[in-house]
Design a protein around this ligand. Structure first.
Ligand code: FES
Ligand code: FES
Length: 169
């Protein structure tokens, strides 16, 4: 049996056929669409390495069944910079992670960045490091780069709140 769905992935419409209704969004992205930026850390909703935006909201893609998302708009780390403007090299959150050393090995980083973008758009980041830490608590970093991550989110949210900055994901 074939299951069909359509998604917009990083701005591109995709018509997808699945032979198994249990395929997760993460496996669809990584194994069928070649988008390996979203990482599989735990595959059970505990680490946040697989975070993407679905219709602008943060989602652990390892927990989301692809078929349940028919018609959704999915943004992954691969499409993040271009979501602001075609040819844009870096999203402000990506730039801030580089400037503040918000990573070491980098495995958690795509999920951290997508989660930070979601948090900023939720309007819950503010300028309070404690609120940022709480808002990012679903994203674990085994390297312990939390100080840089928090600084990066604070910096990016301040930049994106400025006039003419990229408010859209
Ligand atoms: S891989 Fe999805 S939360 Fe860990
Ligand atoms: S940078 Fe290594 S797990 Fe976060």
């Amino acid at each position: 049996m074939t299951f069909r769905l359509t998604l917009t992935v990083n701005g591109q419409p995709r018509a997808i056929e699945l032979d198994d209704p249990r395929v997760t969004l993460l496996d669809l992205l990584r194994e069928r669409l070649g988008l390996t930026g979203s990482k599989k850390g735990c595959d059970r909703g505990q680490c946040g390495a697989c975070t993407v935006l679905v219709d602008g909201r943060r989602v652990n893609s390892c927990l989301a069944l692809a078929l349940s998302l028919d018609g959704a708009d999915v943004l992954t780390i691969e499409g993040l910079a271009h979501s602001l403007a075609p040819g844009e090299p870096l999203h402000p959150v990506q730039a801030a992670f580089i400037e503040h050393d918000g990573f070491q090995c980098g495995f958690c980083t795509p999920g951290q960045i997508m989660s930070a973008v979601g948090l900023i758009h939720e309007g819950r980041a503010g300028d309070d490091p404690e609120r940022v830490r709480e808002g990012m608590s679903g994203n674990l970093c085994r390297c312990g780069a939390y100080i840089g991550i928090t600084q990066a989110v604070l910096d990016a949210q301040a930049r994106m709140a400025g006039p003419g900055q990229g408010g859209a994901a």
